[in-house]
Design a protein around this ligand. Structure first.
Ligand code: ADP
Length: 269
């Protein structure tokens, strides 16, 4: 615990003294430290592509000036770096927006399997491209939940894209649903949307940290795949807003399972 000592002069002309009081500033200090870490992380993440871009511009002006083949190659890399920065800025804006809205409870009823179907429809070209079979298993009828449609869509995009990216070798990603009578952590009835891949899996030491901003289980692989390290942090904040939660299970060598749990709305009447 961190204390700040506040000294206040007390007394009168005959007797003077100082009153010391102790103020608990732990949470203020922790918040300050988190903000400083975040700024340092963002700067670092932006600097990597920026440094590459500056280097390529220099080379294009100098040694590669008259080399058309090199120029084309460099432009492709520069485009990739610029796209990485673009994704990072977009994810930072999403994160900031979902954090701002975290206290506003969603009021619309959403048909979750319909949202999942439409997300999968949009991701179909990507899954075809990656040669990953994307399969929705309509195993149960889910009750509607209170939610923000765009945000829930974002949750499913992030989880399904991750499953395809990291689990690509497994060749398939499945999405199934479950009705839960009582989730012990949400303390009530819930629905679950389970995104499963058959890829390399995640070592258990990483699992509880995956929703931290910029935390990556495999730094190199995430960078290579163009990840920003913010996808699961965005998911966590959106689920907080929905009073839901993310449950991650994984076995190295077998694959991973990311389950979204959302509370069932109270029964009418
Ligand atoms: P990123 O942009 O790096 O993908 P995320 O926040 O979406 O960031 O994910 C954080 C990390 O979690 C990833 O870098 C990766 O190491 C790990 N991860 C997420 N989903 C999976 C998955 N389906 N299989 C294996 N690892 C995963």
């Amino acid at each position: 615990t961190l204390y700040r000592v506040v000294c206040t002069p007390v007394g009168d002309a005959t007797r003077a003294g100082v009153m010391a009081s102790f103020e608990d500033v732990t949470s203020i200090e922790t918040a300050g430290q988190m903000r400083r870490d975040f700024v340092a992380n963002v700067s670092h993440e932006l600097r990597t592509p920026l440094t590459a871009l500056i280097g390529f511009i220099d080379t294009l002006r100098g040694p590669a000036r008259n080399d058309a083949a090199a120029r084309d190659r460099f432009l492709i890399t520069m485009e990739r770096e610029a796209e990485r920065m673009n994704r990072l800025v977009n994810d930072l804006l999403s994160l900031s927006q979902v954090e701002t809205e975290e206290r506003i409870r969603p009021t619309d009823l959403q048909d979750v399997p319909a949202l999942v179907d439409s997300v999968c429809h949009n991701l179909r070209p990507l899954s075809d491209d990656m040669q990953v079979a994307l399969e929705v298993i309509p195993n149960v009828t889910l009750p509607k939940v209170l939610g923000d449609g765009d945000q829930l869509r974002q949750v499913f995009v992030n989880l399904i894209e991750n499953a395809m990216k990291y689990g690509r070798d497994g060749g398939r990603v499945t999405i199934a649903f479950e009705v839960i009578n009582r989730d012990p952590i949400l303390a009530g009835p819930a629905v679950a949307i389970i995104v499963k891949d058959y890829g390399p899996g995640i070592d258990s030491i990483h699992i509880h940290r995956l929703t931290e901003r910029f935390y990556r289980a495999d730094d190199h692989r995430s960078q290579q795949l163009g990840g920003t390290g913010l996808g699961l942090a965005i998911v966590k904040h959106i689920l907080n807003r929905h009073r839901g939660r993310l449950k991650i299970e994984s076995k190295v060598g077998e694959g991973s399972c990311f389950a979204v749990l959302l509370p069932q709305p109270p029964q009418a009447g």
